[in-house]
Design a binder for this molecule. Structure first.
Ligand code: SIN
Ligand code: MN
Length: 208
């Protein structure tokens, strides 16, 4: 799939995050969905436990050198899936998106795949378990719309929300790299990309 960057939509800045609505065309979204099927076949989705013993509503898996895991020992990056296997490689179609939107000289080491079914959400949090915040976090949305909330560098204060739709890409970098963010809810039935519905969010990060 060629990345014709000159035809891509321009970024809209929201609180310092760069939002590219419709970065991926519908055929690119379908190709990406099919690539993710290969990842999930090699590294099945699991329901992480928070360190407080509560099951998260989002199911997840990863690709790359590191994956994101959570259990009673806490949240952390891990070189293995909870089943003990190394994670599969990050699909080239996903690396191409990172290279097109990020100015990082490095490729991502973690590709986290979050699956939201109806009722799933993600509380406000910062992405701060990486060694160097100079590298961005790149997020790709597929499937049903998700209501994304952006806060501040510390908890509390005013927030702003926007709907992330299938094919949207969001870049969190620079001064905005450590802003709190989360997903309040998804809007079921707003996309036909995933046959059983739901939303997929992919986040890419340099970890070390
Ligand atoms: C995340 O911050 O880890 C996920 C955000 C999203 O689902 O859009
Ligand atoms: Mn995050």
């Amino acid at each position: 799939m060629p990345m014709e960057t000159e035809k891509r939509p321009a970024a809209q800045k929201i609180r310092g995050f760069l939002h590219y609505p419709g970065w991926l065309s519908p055929p690119e979204q379908r190709a990406l969905r099919d690539d993710l099927r290969g990842v999930v076949a090699a590294a099945p989705l699991f329901s992480p436990m928070t360190p407080y013993g509560k099951e998260m509503s989002v199911r997840m898996t990863s690709a790359g050198r590191f994956g994101w895991v959570s259990d009673r020992r806490g949240y952390r990056y891990s070189e293995t899936h909870p089943n003990g296997s190394p994670w599969p490689a990050i699909p080239p179609s996903i690396l191409a998106i990172w290279r097109a939107v990020s100015e990082s000289a490095r490729d991502p080491e973690c590709c986290l795949i979050n699956f939201y079914s109806e009722g799933a959400k993600m509380g406000l949090h910062q992405d701060r378990d990486e060694a160097d915040f100079g590298h961005p976090v790149v997020s790709i949305s597929l499937g049903d719309d998700g209501l994304f909330r952006i806060g501040n560098k510390t908890r509390g204060g005013k927030t702003e929300s926007l709907w992330l739709r299938s094919g949207d890409v969001m870049v969190m970098e620079g001064d905005a790299r450590l802003l709190y963010h989360g997903i309040d809810r998804i809007a079921p039935g707003t996309s036909t990309l995933l046959p059983k519905g739901g939303r997929i969010n992919i986040t890419l990060r340099v970890v070390t």
